[in-house]
Design a protein around this ligand. Structure first.
Ligand code: S3P
Length: 169
């Protein structure tokens, strides 16, 4: 089984993804880390040296490569379902789970996070909330194509994700 976790930056794809993968006894792959290893550059370096479009192309390539893997939980980049036909690729190849905490929760986590995220660098919490809400207006169309949607959970229980996946079949 292949599971794609999707959702905005800070929604907890990596944290929850690792726990789900452990419980299921399969591997977890973080798409951003995969892109960094394949391209020998960090995500911020790709953005600043080559621009966002180049990053999105690398992201699409990574998605296609990772979609050939079996039995894996993939923590996707926050923008990945919203470019090209990526969300359709994910839906065709596995189970998609959209994790959707409230914008306030996303902003608090992103403020505390040590990960450098070029799209939101230097924003205050209040600016972040507004930025997230604007971005979600566009991204929601793609995110909501997920087969499973989990809203408003602050401390998401990995078992809940597994139960919802089991209910699908
Ligand atoms: C992005 C999200 C990031 C990373 C890049 C762009 C986005 O991933 O792919 O900085 O467009 O939302 P995370 O969601 O893992 O932070």
């Amino acid at each position: 089984m292949k599971i794609y976790l999707i959702g905005y930056m800070g929604c907890g794809k990596s944290t929850i993804g690792k726990k789900v993968a452990d419980l299921m006894g399969i591997s977890f792959i973080d798409m951003d880390k995969y892109i960094e290893e394949r391209n020998f550059k960090s995500v911020p370096e790709i953005f600043s040296e080559e621009g966002e479009l180049s990053f999105r192309e690398k992201e699409q390539t990574a998605l296609l490569e990772l979609s050939a893997f079996e039995d894996v939980v993939i923590g996707t980049g926050g923008g990945s379902p919203c470019f090209f036909d990526n969300i359709d690729v994910m839906n065709r190849n596995g189970v998609t789970v959209y994790i959707a905490p409230d914008s306030e929760v996303l902003a608090s986590r992103l403020i505390k996070s040590k990960t450098v995220r070029p799209l939101i660098a230097g924003k205050s919490k209040q600016e972040l909330i507004l930025f997230i809400e604007e971005a979600l207006k566009e991204r929601i169309l793609y995110y909501e194509k997920a087969q499973i949607i989990i809203r408003g959970e602050n401390n998401l229980d990995p078992q809940l994700v597994i139960d919802k996946i089991a209910q699908l079949s």
